[in-house]
Design a protein around this ligand. Sequence first.
Ligand code: AMP
Length: 405
Amino acid sequence: MTKNRSIFKVIMENFLQKNFKNKRVIVRVDFNVPLDDNYKVTDTTRIEFSKNTIQEIVKRGGICILLSHMGRPISKESKYSLSHIIYCVEQILKIPVKFCEDCIGDMAIESVNSLKEGEVILMENVRFYPEETKGDINFARELSKLGDYFVNDAFGSIHRAHSSTTIIANFFKGKKFSGLLLEKEIKSINRVLKNGEKPITAIIGGAKVSSKITVIENLLDKIDFLIIGGGMVYTFIKALGGEIGESICEDDFCEYSKKIIKLANDKGVRLLLPEDVVIGNEFSDNAKINISSVYTIPKGWQGLDAGPESIKIFSQIIQKSKTILWNGPIGVFELEPFSNGTKALGQEIVKRTKEGAFSLVGGGDSISAVKKFGMSEGISYISTGGGAMLEYLEGKNLPGIDALS
Ligand code: AMP
C-alpha cells in the first residue's frame, strides 16, 4: 500500500501537466447516482465531484469520453440506462453532453471519432455487459479502443477489479492517470491514516460489528480514541455481560468484541462505548422511549441511540481531537426519536472542524446523516466511496490504484 501512495503522487503530477489537445480521453467516473420513479437524479453529489476532472480535461483540449456504471443491471434494462442522467450531467458541467447507446463496438467508436476538441460524450452503462464485473480482458480491450488516454476518477469503484475500473488500464502504458477526485479522496484518507495530527479519534457506528471488523483492527494502530456507536454497541455490551433486551446483536461476534477491547487496551487506544442509551419498545417513529444504562436494558426494549450522558462524554473526546474520522451513524438517525445522538455528535464535529481539526466522514449512512442535518459544509472532507473507503481503511490494496501504477 505504501507503494500505491507514493506512485499516486507521480500520476497526479503527470495529469495536471498534460496537454490533451484533440486527444480522446476516457474518463472512468462514478455516476452511479440514485434515481426516483420518474428517472430524476435525487442525489447529484457523485456527478458534482467529478466536475473538476472533466472540466480540466476539456480545458486542456481533450475529447472527454465518460464511462460509468449505474445500478446492478442483469441485462440491458432501460431503467439503468445512463441516458436518464444526461440532463443532470449537462446542468452540472454547464456544457452539452452527447450520449452513445453503447460503450463498445462500431457505433461507439464512430460516435467518439466524430467528436471535436473539448466535446464530452457519455457512453451507455458499462454493466450492460456482464463481462464488466468479471474483469474480462477482451471487454476491457474493446473499451480501450475509445480513447488515447485513460483517467480514473471513480473512487467509489476503485476497490473493484472490473474491466472499466482496473483491467482497461493495461492498455494505456504511460497514458493513464488518476482524476482529481481520486487524488482528493486518497489524500484525505491518508490525512487520517498516515499524517493525521494527534489526538486522532475514530467514530465507528452503524448496524453491525461484522462489517467493520478489519477497519477497526487496522485503525487501532493509528488512533488515540475509538468511539463505538450504533447497533454494534450491543454485541460489545453482551460480550461484557450486560443485559441488552431486544437490541440488535451478533452473537457470533461477542468473542471478537472482547478481542477488540483487549487489543485497544494493549495499544493504548481509549475505547469508548455509550454509558446510557435511548431505548424504544419498538423500531418505529411511534415507539415509546426511555433512557437506560446500556448494561441493563429491560426485556421488550431495544437500544436505538446514544443517551445524553454518552453524548456529553463523546463530545469531550471530540473537543480534544485534532483529526476525526466518522464512519456510521451512532443511532437510528432515520427515526426522529433516535436521531439526536447522531445529530449532536455531528454538531460537535462541525464545531471542532471550525476550530481547526480535520474531519473526514465516509460511508453511505453517515453521509446521509450529515446531509439530513445540513452539516456537509462544516466537515473537512466527505468521501464519496463507501465500500472503497472502508477497504482503504482496512489497509487493503485497491486494484484500480494498482492498475494506474
Ligand atoms: P451500516 O450500514 O452498518 O453503517 O449501518 C447503518 C444503519 O445502522 C443505519 O441505517 C442506522 O439506522 C442503523 N443503526 C444505527 N444504530 C442502530 C441501533 N442501535 N439498532 C439498529 N440499527 C441501528
